[in-house]
Design a protein around this ligand. Structure first.
Ligand SMILES: Cc1cc2nc3c(=O)[nH]c(=O)nc-3n(C[C@H](O)[C@H](O)[C@H](O)COP(=O)(O)OP(=O)(O)OC[C@H]3O[C@@H](n4cnc5c(N)ncnc54)[C@H](O)[C@@H]3O)c2cc1C
Length: 464
């Protein structure tokens, strides 16, 4: 009997265009394994919203595997140890994985390689990004730090290879190793069940991802004009599916190209995802360390101070008195997702209006986003705060009230801040300035002009 091979799954929970499954299917009986590992990532273990998604995504993958005559084995513990032990136990000939670039997963891949028994190879495949992170370099072989030249260089290698179909069958081993039961992992919230709204919005899993893509294709040609309008369903909402690897970026690339029309702006956004991985490969601590010199001395307000803590809480709960900020933070809490334009506005508000260190916001998003992604989250927070490897954006202080009008956010605000629903399109962006007192809706935590001056003065301190 041919020795079995293991497919070790992480954020690659799909069968189609999944190189680890494709290679394993040809090699022999396949044992697909997911390890819930809260130890290896240390303080970066998955947040609450991601755990909700993970539960449903694993259930979906397990059902899809059964249709192929296979199973999903669930284990809990330090992933490198669990996989090495399992390889010994079943006499595996190889472990197939898709590469991941979070620093803890790179360490785990190295550790696993050392721990695997003799004769069991670790086979790492490419597939969750358009190009393997680190492979797009300047003429002198250096990795890119800035997005635009990165995009130009990556575009030279596009389109990506055509996606590969899911295997039609996966041979089963002679006997299946033991598996945990998904429900015992308690990934879903219970008391309180804050994720009630998630199920209305999302269908985690490969089928849900394919449906999202299908629905987006007819809108893709209008992406450029609609993508900044939070009141309009203008973007793809594929981010959590991409994060959990339920669909490959190559699949999305080819499908949007075939849909026709001008899709370059969308593809450029997709490349931001690759760019973020390229950044964390160069700066593994990107979620905790300012990349730009000088910001370590920035006079942030102290989150231990009770007034600052109250401001942070008001931001988290969507009670800042700025309707667009509040709508975004409430959308995040209710659905685990927020529109990109509003992510920029809410992040800028925390950092510049409230003068709170970007890392506080990064942590909140990590816990509450269903698409929370180590690379993309840190890259976008450092970009907004001006502390990152790219240009210093600190002095670009977004005006939430102007942004709200410019991007026509009235309907979005009505949806997420229902106490303001009765206000006119004109008054809803800034009820206070329009002289509208709405019972239950808070006053602004700080005026825009005052906040802007305070932020610029703080920034001047690190420049002097
Ligand atoms: C402060 C802040 C934090 C963010 N945190 C995350 C995060 O943790 N995870 C995450 O996936 N995105 C993050 N983003 C980027 C962006 O907001 C989301 O990817 C986007 O809103 C997802 O919606 P969509 O799928 O409809 O995107 P679309 O506009 O349809 O874009 C298609 C895909 O491209 C990728 N993409 C688009 N914009 C970006 C970007 N700026 N950076 C990286 N990838 C991008 C996503 O995978 C997205 O699904 C963050 C942005 C900000 C400003």
């Amino acid at each position: 009997m041919t020795r079995p091979v293991i497919v070790w799954l992480r954020r690659d929970l799909r069968l189609a265009d999944q190189a680890a499954f494709a290679a394993a299917a040809k090699a022999g009986p396949v044992v697909p394994v997911y390890v819930l590992d809260d130890e290896t990532p240390k303080h970066r273990k998955m947040g609450g919203a991601s755990r909700w998604w993970l539960h449903h995504s694993l259930a979906s993958l397990a059902a899809d595997l059964e249709k192929l005559g296979s199973r999903l084995i669930l284990r809990r513990g330090v992933a490198a140890d669990v996989i090495a032990d399992l390889a010994k136990q079943i006499g595996a000939a190889a472990v197939h994985v898709l590469r991941h670039y979070e620093p803890w997963w790179r360490n785990a891949e190295r550790a696993l390689k050392e721990r695997l028994p003799e004769g069991c190879a670790l086979e790492c495949h490419h597939g969750n990004y358009l190009m393997p992170p680190g492979s797009v370099t300047t003429g002198s072989g250096q990795p890119y730090k800035i997005y635009t030249p990165f995009w130009r260089a990556l575009a030279q290698h596009m389109p990506p290879p055509e996606p590969v179909s899911a295997p039609e069958k996966l041979a089963a081993p002679e006997s299946w190793p033991e598996s945990d039961t998904l429900g015992d992992w308690a990934l879903l919230p219970t008391r309180p069940d804050w994720a009630k709204g998630f199920a209305e919005e999302w269908m985690p899993g490969e089928k849900g991802a394919a449906e999202r893509l299908e629905a987006f294709l007819s809108r893709a040609p209008h992406y450029e004009e609609c993508r900044n309008l939070p009141s309009v369903e203008g973007t793809s909402r594929l981010s959590p599916h991409l994060h959990f690897g339920e669909i490959s970026p190559a699949t999305i690339w080819h499908a949007t190209m075939e849909a026709g029309g001008s899709v370059e702006t969308f593809l450029k956004e997709l490349v931001w995802r690759d760019y973020a991985q390229n950044v964390i490969l160069q700066y593994p601590d990107y979620a905790k360390a300012n990349a730009r010199d000088g910001f370590d001395k920035f006079p942030w307000r102290d989150p231990a101070d009770k007034d600052v803590a109250a401001d942070i809480r008001a931001w988290q709960q969507g009670r800042t008195g700025y309707p667009l900020v509040d709508a975004g933070m409430r959308q995040l809490w209710a659905t685990g997702w927020m529109h990109n334009r509003v992510r920029m506005v809410t992040a800028s508000f925390l950092i510049k209006h409230l003068l709170v260190d970007w890392r506080e916001g990064e942590k909140w998003f990590w816990d509450t986003l269903v698409d929370a992604d180590y690379g993309s989250n840190a890259t976008n927070w450092q970009w907004t705060s001006g502390t990152g490897v790219d240009s210093n954006m600190f002095v670009r202080i977004m005006a939430p009230l102007t942004q709200s009008e410019k991007f026509d956010a009235a309907a979005y605000i009505r949806q997420w801040v229902p106490e303001l629903a009765g206000l006119s399109d004109k008054a809803i962006h800034d009820p206070e300035a329009a002289g509208k007192y709405v019972k239950g809706y808070p006053k602004k935590l700080i005026g825009h002009k005052e906040a802007r001056e305070r932020a610029l003065a703080a920034h001047a301190k690190i420049k002097s």
